[in-house]
Design a protein around this ligand. Structure first.
Ligand code: RIB
Ligand code: CA
Length: 380
């Protein structure tokens, strides 16, 4: 299923002219069958010899300071076999996130891994970035060497579809930025939701957002993409702000990174130092919270997190709340009250409780940082 990016660009303009948000989602989601998902927290499987097999993953990312830590954790962890890295616009424009993804793969000496560029904008909304939090170059202002490796020609969405379909049921997606590439992949191949093993994503929150009081950045940037993913039937593990707020980088962790002798720990330490200095310059207490590597750790050491089953849907039409992840623990699945003279005649429950997501509700921060620093400083 080849996603013709040029066609997509023209389609996007058609989308913008002819459809409202919900109609757009219906157009995209229409084809993907919504199966009742089996809930999912991936742990490394083992083969017949009892040897633990690595979990095969594709990482979609918008590096981004915490994405940089997440990529280095994943690339330095034997529990994961990174099949590809795909870049998306998010923290910074694609023209910055793609080269940063190349730099980080190269710093970990993994030039064997294909890196693909993806969406340069959300499905239907204007791009919003977060340079204030990540620096204009996405790495806290730290200049890492220009990458020698180049991206593959394939669009990220096509690469995701191709690798997933080559090994049905074996590849887990890791979403660390806005979910535009993954939504495009689902649009290009409606059977993808059955081909992938599941998705572990950093995004959302059941306890308030970080861009608006309702929405977390990744879902805020592209609510339509997030909604497509959460309605796709893919088994989802959501590592949201509920837990990522609790993993704040501190001076002592930075010193442990600085003590590392390899390229990843030196790069991580320089980026961490730079971001801490920015926080201090802006009078902010404490340091950055490492959202994305915590999501990756769910695949390496799941017991760092505690999960509960929810039915999660994404708000896309709210002018104030678009991007909010709303979670139900039980029936009734009630939506907003009906308007007097528009829409459904009464407020009825939207079907019965169908859990589609394992939501991380608690975390052991010390164990997370022990794993993160041990892996980034190791000579994998
Ligand atoms: O809200 C935090 C998320 O948004 C992280 O993935 C961070 O990198 C930004 O993309
Ligand atoms: Ca990110």
């Amino acid at each position: 299923m080849k996603l013709d990016v040029c066609r997509w660009k023209s389609d996007r303009r058609v989308f913008l002219k002819t459809a409202t948000g919900s109609a757009i989602i219906a157009m995209i989601e229409g084809q993907s069958a919504i199966a009742k998902p089996t809930l999912f927290v991936q742990t490394a499987g083992s083969n017949s010899l009892g040897v633990t097999k690595a979990t095969r993953v594709i990482i979609d990312t918008d590096p981004g300071v915490d994405d940089a830590f997440a990529l280095m954790l994943a690339l330095q962890s034997p529990e994961l076999k990174v099949e590809a890295v795909t870049a998306v616009a998010g923290n910074l424009p694609l023209g910055i996130t793609l080269p940063n993804a190349l730099r980080l793969v190269e710093i970990c000496d993994r030039a064997d891994i294909p890196v693909a560029g993806g969406a340069a904008a959300p499905l239907i909304r204007r791009q919003v970035t977060a340079a204030s939090a990540h620096g204009e170059n996405g790495l806290g202002g730290v200049e890492l060497p220009e990458p020698k490796i180049t991206p593959v020609k394939e669009h990220a969405a096509d690469l995701i579809c191709r690798i997933a379909n080559q090994s049905p049921g074996e590849v887990t997606l890791i979403g660390l930025g806005p979910l535009t590439n993954i939504a495009l992949a689902l649009r290009a191949d409606p059977t993808l939701s059955k081909a992938v093993k599941g998705i572990v994503l950093m995004g959302g929150s059941l306890s308030g957002g970080n861009v608006t009081p309702a929405a977390e950045f990744n879902f805020y940037v592209d609510p339509e993409a997030a909604s497509i993913v959460f309605n796709s039937g893919i088994p989802i593990t959501m590592v949201g702000l509920d837990v990522t707020r609790k993993v704040e980088l501190t001076e002592s962790y930075i010193r442990q990174l600085e003590a590392g002798k390899n390229k990843p720990s030196q790069a991580a330490a320089r980026i961490a130092r730079a971001i801490m200095a920015t926080y201090k310059k802006h009078g902010q207490n404490g340091g950055p919270t490492l959202h994305d590597p915590l999501a990756v750790s769910a695949l390496i050491r799941p017991n760092i997190l505690t999960f509960e089953d929810y039915q999660v849907k994404i708000e896309t039409t709210g002018t104030i709340t678009a991007g909010e992840s709303v979670g139900w623990k039980r029936d009734p699945i009630n939506y907003a009250a009906a308007l007097e003279n528009i829409g459904p005649s009464s407020t009825k429950s939207e079907g019965t409780f169908t859990p589609n997501t394992k939501v991380a509700v608690d975390v052991r921060p010390d164990e997370f940082f022990h794993l993160l620093i041990e892996r980034i400083t190791s000579n994998a």
